[in-house]
Structure formats: structure tokens, C-alpha cells
Ligand binder design. Structure first.
Ligand SMILES: [Zn+2]
Length: 78
């Protein structure tokens, strides 16, 4: 049997749990910053009238064609 003090038996599991909690907090804080920094890719639209392809940075179900002002649905979401 390994001799261990009562202080070590109480302190060691608490220290390991504290390190795990702080590590998880640091990981999720870093992941959140990474997701917030990632720029959203724009949606791609094709005009039904003039057949031009254009992009819109905002997430809209319909976007106005810059050439003929016709409203079009998204072809590919970013
Ligand atoms: Zn158009």
C-alpha cells in the first residue's frame, strides 16, 4: 500500500478537477473567438431575367439584381 497523507488525498482530486475546468473554459473561450472571427461567405444569386450571377453579403431570402433590379432567390447559401 502506498502511504498517502489525508491532505494529498483531498487536495489532489480537487486540483485535477480545477485544472480540467479551467482547461475546458480556455478551450471554449478560444473556440468562440475563432467562430466570431470567421467571416461569413456571401450568398450567391442568379437573376431569372438577365441570367447574371451576383453575391449578397447579407443573409436574405430574396436579393435585388444590381443590373435589372429583379428580385431573385438564393442559388447557394454561404
Ligand atoms: Zn437581372
Amino acid at each position: 500500500m502506498i502511504p498517502a497523507s489525508l491532505f494529498l488525498l483531498l487536495w489532489l482530486p480537487m486540483a485535477v478537477a480545477l485544472v480540467l475546468v479551467l482547461g475546458c473554459g480556455a478551450y471554449y473561450a478560444r473556440t468562440g473567438q475563432t467562430l466570431a472571427r470567421r467571416k461569413r461567405t456571401p450568398n450567391i444569386y442568379r437573376c431569372a431575367v438577365c441570367r447574371r450571377v451576383y453575391v449578397e453579403a447579407r443573409d436574405l431570402p430574396l436579393a435585388r439584381c444590381p443590373h435589372c433590379s429583379c428580385m431573385n432567390e438564393v442559388v447557394k447559401r454561404g
